[in-house]
Design a protein around this ligand. Structure first.
Ligand code: GLU
Length: 477
């Protein structure tokens, strides 16, 4: 079976939407039109096809890797495995990676990959063949490497695929000391990093918690400050959706709705995310979960009463068609590009607020950055200093106990003495990044005359940072 490679179909508008957001934000900057054009354009678009053996014959696979911006090296971004992948989408997602990295001060350019297959239609062996061959094609054209372009997981791919990529890259580059830095999102056993799997969802939850903690902003939305008791609907129970829901629950929010392909469920008193996850694993569907109202049409699930809606599935979910039926006051974009520019304008006019994708879901690439640093330094975070910290803390506790005569119990002692593990350091770096970046965006939003959305503010910040990089590189006066 072959598919049509002419994927830049006219009604695909995702890259155009990203450019629309960019052009609008650019009006709040003072950069030269040529420089803005350079920032906005996709630098390199590699479209390729390769055959794999399937059954008794062959199948030709369509694939892409787009490097959007080389203002920083390497470029960075996931590989999407989906039968819906097309060139427009990969370009849009690569561009979003550029802005995303700039927003959270991760020193990478943006990139994205796509393999047009439905992974469910392939055996594990076939998926391995496809992934290894895809990697070889990237190597042949110098589109992968720890200092060139570093892939990661995205929709339809995960740690298993990243380990095949790492192994193929290392095999083809014998003796390259930093070979494992050619891809992130690897299993821990293959020089991955603790906390990467849940990083995007954790980041989404922190972004929401930070946003709702600002009392004066919540007042304008008619909401109280604080995450506790906020009602949330999550679309998508994949890696991002599941972990967003899990951490939001831990922070005190109430998950009232969940939407998936097969339909949606809703319970105003709250859903137990872990129980729903297990129910879906056992029955193949979220429908039939005890005590919940059901919607066969999944999109109806988005329109139920809540404070916060987290689209964490795919792009183009919230459009001019359904935006006026969305009851949430805040949309927090776990997915890339879930809201169209027209829908966003209406949502803001109606008094809503959107936490934009390129900030909200930046936790994944932030922790990928930590993984890449770990791979280049060849040492796990915390390895050199943990014991030293513990000994210093122990000396301090002993001294304070001696001076005050107050003896701590063993739980208190060990919680004070304990040195940080890799996971704790990763989570601390992630939390710091998400909190700082939120306030950076919010400051721009508040302090820029006439600015309309947090997304525009995020774009303005990103454009300014990228412009400085180009100027520092000496390629722009
Ligand atoms: N695919 C993820 C994203 O869209 C992660 C990218 C990365 O870790 O490089 O942000």
């Amino acid at each position: 079976m072959t598919t049509n490679i002419n994927a830049a179909v006219p009604d695909n508008h995702f890259f155009g939407d990203v450019c629309k957001f960019f052009d609008h934000a650019a009006t709040f900057t003072k950069h030269d039109a040529g420089l803005l054009d350079q920032i906005k354009s996709c630098n390199s678009v590699y479209r390729f096809r390769f055959p794999i053996r399937k059954g008794n014959g062959f199948e030709v696979i369509d694939a892409w890797r787009v490097e959007h911006s080389h203002h920083q090296s390497p470029t960075k971004g996931g590989i999407r495995y989906s039968e819906m992948v097309n060139e427009d989408e990969v370009m849009a997602l690569a561009a979003l990676m550029t802005y995303k990295c700039a927003i959270v001060n991760v020193p990478f350019g943006g990139a994205k990959g796509g393999i047009r297959i439905n992974p469910k239609n392939y055996t594990v062996g076939e998926l391995e063949n496809i992934t290894r061959r895809y990697t070889v094609e990237l190597i042949k054209k110098n589109f992968i490497g720890p200092s060139i372009d570093v892939p990661a997981p995205d929709y339809g791919s995960g740690e298993r695929e990243m380990s095949w990529i790492a192994d193929t890259y290392a095999t083809m580059n014998p003796g390259q000391l930093d070979a494992m830095g050619a891809v992130t999102g690897k299993p821990i056993a293959l020089q991955g990093i603790a906390g990467r799997r849940e990083a995007t969802g954790r980041g989404v939850a922190i972004a929401i918690r930070e946003c709702v903690s600002v009392g004066e902003d919540m007042l304008k939305l008619g909401l109280t400050a604080g995450i506790s008791g906020k009602k949330v609907i999550v679309q998508g129970l994949g890696n991002v959706g599941y972990h967003s829901a899990k951490f939001l629950t831990e922070f005190g929010a109430l998950i009232v709705g969940l939407c998936e392909f097969e339909g949606a469920i809703y319970n105003a008193d709250g859903l137990d995310i872990e129980a729903v996850f297990q129910h879906r694993k056992a029955t193949g569907s979220i429908l039939g979960y005890p005590g919940a109202i059901e919607f066969k049409n999944s999109m109806e699930g988005l329109e139920q009463p809540c404070d916060i809606l987290v689209p964490a599935a795919l792009e183009n979910q919230i459009t001019i068609e359904n935006i006026t039926r969305i009851q949430a006051k805040i949309i927090a974009e776990g997915a890339n590009g879930p809201t169209t520019p027209e829908a966003e304008a209406v949502f803001y006019q109606n008094g809503g607020l959107i936490i934009p994708d390129m900030y909200a879901n930046a936790g994944g690439v932030t922790v990928s950055y930590f993984e890449w640093l770990k791979n280049l330094s060849h040492v796990a975070f915390g390895r050199m200093n943990r014991r030293f910290e513990e000994n210093s803390n122990l000396n301090l506790v002993n001294m304070v106990e001696g001076i005050t005569g107050v003896a701590l119990n063993s739980a208190q002692r060990s919680s004070i003495i304990k040195g940080a593990s890799e996971l704790e350091l990763v989570n601390s770096g992630l939390e710091d990044t998400m909190i700082r970046s939120y306030h950076e965006i919010r400051e721009t939003f508040i302090n820029t005359q006439g600015i309309d959305t947090l997304r525009t503010a995020a774009f303005v910040g990103a454009i300014n940072k990228i412009a400085v990089s180009y100027q520092n590189l000496g390629v722009w006066p």
